[in-house]
Design a protein around this ligand. Structure first.
Ligand code: HEM
Length: 210
């Protein structure tokens, strides 16, 4: 039997909290970013940053107490991709990009409404596939997967937080307009009615610095 995907607990902090990292039993993988811009798309702001501010991302292989995180979430098993979609996306999706002045990273915390969470699983699943609901999230995303690295972090049941997910993306600067087109398509409720359930969304644009 194939090994399950490793679980990761990921924290974004505005400064490197050296004490808590050094005392951790499982040292994290550390990535560094420079904050560039923010766009409040819907709802309230859940993370505050100032231009030029340094950000670190701590990636732990086990649950860890980290004080002062701006955003956090953990990777999880898939809930809506079927086997064929999972294997296809795994085959075509861009891998992580190296830290470089040419690597854009975007963090988008998202909260969905109570109406979404009240839907049964089959009703939520229908929004990810082509159906009477429209083209659907998975088919829209598939068109961009080759150029954009993505990671979905779940936050809803991690702590009591004002967001349900932290979505994380990387791509080369030249693909910025592709990423913006992807966002526009996902937010177009005729193509993707799932987005009617998104009540908070904040774009945080970063540079993955070396
Ligand atoms: C890069 C192309 C993308 C692809 C191929 C893609 C694909 C997917 C797939 C297959 C799932 C279901 C995961 C599961 O089975 O549990 C998913 C979930 C999700 N995606 Fe995307 N996606 C893309 C881009 C985006 C973007 C740009 C956003 C944010 C603006 C986003 C936000 C989310 C969220 C919040 C979920 C979880 C939804 C829920 O569980 O209710 N995705 N995505």
């Amino acid at each position: 039997m194939a090994n399950p995907s490793p679980r990761n607990w990921i924290y974004f902090l505005s400064t490197l909290a050296g004490g808590s990292i050094q005392s951790a039993q499982n040292p994290p993988r550390i990535d560094r970013y420079r904050f560039e811009a923010m766009t409040q798309v819907r709802g309230e702001r859940v993370a505050d940053l100032t231009p030029g501010q340094e950000l670190v991302r701590l990636n732990y292989a086990a649950p860890t107490q980290v004080a002062g995180a701006i955003l956090c979430g953990s990777t999880q098993h898939l809930q809506y991709a079927n086997g064929a979609q999972r294997d296809h996306l795994a085959a075509v999706s861009a891998p992580e990009f190296p830290a470089s002045e040419d690597t854009v990273a975007v963090l988008i915390p998202i909260r969905k409404s109570a109406a979404w969470w009240n839907l049964a699983h089959d009703q939520r699943l229908a929004y990810f596939n082509a159906s009477a609901h429209g083209e659907g999230h998975t088919a829209i995303g598939e068109r961009y997967a080759r150029r954009i690295y993505r990671q979905l972090l779940h936050s809803r049941y991690l702590f009591k937080l004002p967001y349900d997910f932290v979505t994380y993306f990387e791509f080369r600067t030249e693909h910025t307009n592709d990423f913006k087109a992807l966002l526009a398509n996902l937010r177009d409720e005729t193509l993707n009615p799932e987005w009617a359930y998104v009540e908070m969304e904040q774009e945080i644009w970063l540079r993955k610095s070396a």
